[in-house]
Design a protein around this ligand. Structure first.
Ligand code: ADP
Ligand code: MG
Length: 284
C-alpha cells in the first residue's frame, strides 16, 4: 500500500509559539485532508533547558546534544509529555485527529557509548548519560494509526528495555523515518535552512549533498543543534527517502510550497550534487 508517508519534525523552538503552531497545524490539516499520511515527531529543547534551570540544574550540550543525567532525564520526560499534550490539542483544534505517544511505545533504543572529544586542545572522554539512539522501529504500529487517518504525535523518549532514554528529536525522527519508510522527512526549525553565516539569513544554502555535510561540519560552518539535524537528514536520505529538507517554521506556508508545490524555500539534502535522486512533481 502506498501510504504517502511524510514525517514532519518540529523543533524545540517552533513548538513554543502558540500562534505559530496554529498556523503550522492549519497547513498540516490541509495535507491530511488531501490524503497524505503525516507522522509528527517533536522536540522541546528550549523548554527543557528552561525547566532544568528552574530546578537548579545546568543544561550541558555536547555537539548539539544534551548530556542527560537522571535529573535531566526527568526534566526531559516531564516537559516533552506536556508539549505533546499541547500539540495534540492544537491539532484537534484544527480538526485533525491525533494521538500522542512516547517513542518507546514502538521503538527500541540504545545508550550512546562514551566517546572522546578534543576541547581546547585537550582530549577527554564524554559520557552522555541517558542519551540514546534508536535501534529498532515497529513500523506496523504507525501504519495502523495513519491508516485510520490519525496523525501520530511522537515525543523522543526511547527505552533500552531497562531504562528510558533521551533521544535527540532529529535523531529520533530520522530513525523513525527510516523504520517506516517515509517518502519525505521535513525538519521544521527556527532558521531558513543551513546558513553559511549564522548571522545572515540570506546566506542560506539551497541544496547540500551528503559529502558537503562532512565538509560543513569539519570546517565549523555547521555547529550546535545543526549537527544532529544534518546527521539525521543524512540517515533519512540513505534510508531511501525521496527528499529530505529543512524548512523555517516561522513561515508555515513554506511547508506546502516547499514540499507540495515543488518550490524549495529551505535547504534540500540530496545524495549527490547534481543528481537529485528525485523529481519535483505535484503529487497531491
Ligand atoms: N550553519 C548553520 N545554519 C543554520 N543553523 C545553524 C548552523 N550552525 C548552527 N546552527 C544552529 O542550529 C540551530 C537549530 O538546531 P536546534 O537549536 O537544535 O533547533 P531544533 O529545535 O530545530 O532542533 C539553529 O537555531 C542555529 O542556532
Ligand atoms: Mg535540535
Amino acid at each position: 500500500m502506498d501510504r504517502r508517508l511524510y514525517l514532519l519534525k518540529f523543533g524545540g523552538n517552533t513548538v513554543s509559539d502558540a500562534e505559530g503552531l496554529r498556523r503550522l497545524f492549519g497547513e498540516v490539516a490541509q495535507l491530511v485532508s488531501r490524503g497524505f499520511s503525516i507522522v509528527i515527531v517533536h522536540g522541546g529543547g528550549k523548554e527543557i533547558s528552561a525547566e532544568m534551570e528552574k530546578r537548579g540544574l545546568k543544561p550541558v550540550m555536547v555537539a548539539g546534544q544534551r548530556k542527560t543525567d537522571i535529573a535531566a532525564l526527568d526534566c526531559v520526560e516531564t516537559v516533552l509529555r506536556a508539549i505533546n499534550g499541547r500539540l495534540v490539542a492544537a491539532l484537534e483544534a484544527e480538526s485533525v485527529r491525533a494521538v500522542g505517544m512516547p517513542a518507546y511505545f514502538f521503538t527500541e533504543s540504545r545508550r550512546r557509548e562514551p566517546f572522546r572529544i578534543c576541547e581546547d586542545g585537550v582530549e577527554k572522554e564524554v559520557d552522555m548519560g541517558y542519551l540514546g539512539d534508536v535501534t529498532d522501529v515497529d513500523a506496523q504500529t504507525i501504519y495502523d494509526i495513519v491508516d485510520e487517518g490519525i496523525v501520530p504525535v511522537i515525543y523522543p523518549v526511547g527505552s533500552d528495555g531497562v531504562t528510558h532514554l533521551n533521544v535527540n528529536a532529529d535523531t529520533m525522527a530520522a530513525g523513525i523515518a527510516a523504520g517506516i519508510g517515509c517518502r519525505e522527512m521535513i525538519a521544521i526549525t527556527d532558521v531558513p535552512g543551513i546558513l553559511r553565516d549564522l548571522h545572515d539569513p540570506s546566506s542560506k544554502i539551497d541544496r547540500v549533498s551528503l559529502s558537503d555535510i562532512d565538509r560543513l561540519i569539519s570546517d565549523g560552518t555547521i555547529s550546535g543543534g545543526m549537527i544532529p539535524k544534518v546527521e539525521a537528514c543524512r540517515r533519512a536520505v540513505l534510508a531511501g527517502a525521496e527528499a529530505v529538507r529543512m524548512v523555517d517554521g516561522k513561515n508555515p506556508e513554506n511547508i506546502v510550497i516547499d514540499v507540495f508545490e515543488g518550490k524549495p524555500r529551505g535547504t534540500l539534502i540530496v545524495r549527490r550534487r547534481g543528481l537529485n535522486g528525485f523529481q519535483y512533481s505535484k503529487r497531491a
